[in-house]
Design a protein around this ligand. Structure first.
Ligand SMILES: [Mg+2]
Length: 461
């Protein structure tokens, strides 16, 4: 794993030692000797991670961290604060400023690399999501999402795995008094997995030693590997006081760890930071999903659009070649639609299109494709369908449109009819474009022959 790490320290020796260690592990290292410089390099170079000294002559590490986290361009870069003193107040101050973790001077190599590897993994996941989001934006499909705009005044769910029931209650009270999160308490590994199967929580807090000798570390690794819980934050509570346990937890995929003895403020600060990251990645993920959806769905009717339909017909044609079964492609066009718009207005026109789409879907099978190609033009594809059956379907579609006028509100309704052209495909047909062109030609025949009718492509049936 490689990546670029910005090392910030006002003392040259400290910078050089860290650079030597990180370079030896094949990381690219950038250096800054003061707070101002750190902000400048971070914004210009967008490193994958920042190791940030706390005590500096110009701006201290807390202020630098706050500034980084307030800037949408740098907010997602993980920050590890490097402190001389291992004091809880300092850790909480750093976490409040948005830091991801702390390293004490002198820096222990094992801890350093465990943390670096862990944060690099998180960073890469974010980069991947950001990349997809950027692609969606470039396609004009989504809005840029500001990573600084997330806070934990929103709801969230926490699953707390802890052996001691009364300690569990106390922790739950501590979380409940600070955040609007729901907290469920369980004592065994099996209960965690069962709860996660029902509804994966946003965050797990897992103590190292569980009921009946269940092992919290093993649970971390199981949860991280499970697709249902892979996206959740996982915090391990280290109870044996060993740094190696924390290191191992990070390597197994824990998002963070908390060292016993329990401190409510520190846990709250770590939980907040993890929850913020989880919510942000959830939003990124659903943005990408929504914009992908938008890329293939017609927003007015909820039907697939032309882009999707073209791809899908390719698949239907390919599938017919393998299965040896026939299929049919239909083009449908509402008759005199322009006069509906002109006479009743565009809102009425939209209602007609929506109702038309609804009736089509209602009268077709789940495996059939229904798409709006644009305007009042629609396409239907029927896989695994012989010509005779396709003719019945086409005639039925024409009838359900002609049969009942469309309600356009205010007690008004408009009679609507549709012209349809059908092309029959055989396993020997290889060209999806030709199929569409044939159906289109038949549609033209229906229009020319007076509308409200079904025509078939000449060389078929
Ligand atoms: Mg210093």
């Amino acid at each position: 794993m490689s990546g670029r790490i910005l090392v910030v320290d006002d003392i040259a020796t400290n910078r050089l030692i860290l650079r030597a260690k990180l370079s030896a592990a094949y990381f690219d290292v950038l250096l800054a000797d003061c707070g101002e410089k750190a902000l400048e390099v971070a914004r210009a170079e967008l490193p994958d991670m920042i190791l940030l000294d706390v005590m500096m002559p110009d701006i201290d590490g807390y202020a630098v961290c706050r500034a980084l986290k307030a800037d949408p361009a740098t907010a997602h870069i993980p920050v590890v604060m490097v402190t001389a003193a291992n004091r809880q107040e300092e850790r909480i101050r750093g976490l409040d400023a948005g830091a991801d973790d702390f390293l004490n001077k002198p820096i222990n190599d094992v801890t350093l690399f465990a943390r670096v590897r862990n944060l690099m993994r998180v960073k890469m996941m974010f980069d991947e999501l950001k990349l997809r989001e950027t692609t969606s934006q470039e396609l004009g499909l989504g809005e840029f999402m500001d990573p600084t705009g997330f806070d934990t005044d929103q709801e969230g769910s926490v699953l707390l795995a802890i052996k001691d029931q009364s300690r569990g209650q106390h922790w739950r009270d501590c979380i409940g008094s600070r955040f609007p999160f729901t907290v469920e308490i369980v004592r065994r590994e099996a209960a965690v997995l069962e709860a996660a199967e029902r509804e994966p929580p946003d965050a797990f807090i897992i103590t190292q030693f569980l009921e009946d000798g269940d092992d919290g570390l093993r649970l971390v690794s199981t949860l991280r590997a499970n697709p249902r819980t892979r996206q959740s934050a996982i915090l391990l509570v280290v109870e044996d006081g060993r740094l190696e346990t924390a290191t191992k937890a990070l390597d197994l995929g824990a998002s963070d760890y908390i060292c016993a003895p329990f401190d409510a403020n520190e846990m709250a600060a770590r939980l907040r930071s993890q929850m913020r990251r989880k919510k942000y990645s959830d939003r990124l993920r659903s943005n990408v999903r929504d914009s992908l959806r938008m890329a293939v769905i017609d927003p007015l009717t909820g039907l697939y659009n032309r882009r999707y339909a073209t791809q899908h017909i390719n698949r239907i044609v390919g599938r017919a070649r393998e299965s040896g079964l026939p299929y049919a492609v239909m083009m449908l066009d509402l008759d005199r639609f322009k006069s509906i718009n002109d006479r009743y207005g565009h809102n009425a026109g939209d209602l007609v299109l929506k109702e038309f789409a609804r009736r089509l879907q209602e009268n077709l099978r789940g495996i059939d494709l229904v798409a709006r190609l644009g305007g009042e033009e629609f396409l239907v594809a029927l896989p695994d369908t012989p010509a005779q059956e396709a003719q019945i379907v086409a005639e039925r579609l024409r009838e359900v449109i002609d049969g009942r006028p469309v309600d356009i509100g205010n007690g008004q309704s408009v009679p609507v009819t549709v012209s349809i052209g059908v092309a029959f495909g055989t396993p020997q047909d290889r060209d999806p474009e030709a199929m569409i062109a044939h159906a289109d030609r038949a549609l033209y025949d229906s229009k020319a022959a007076g509308r409200n009718r079904v025509s078939y492509h000449a060389d078929a049936a």
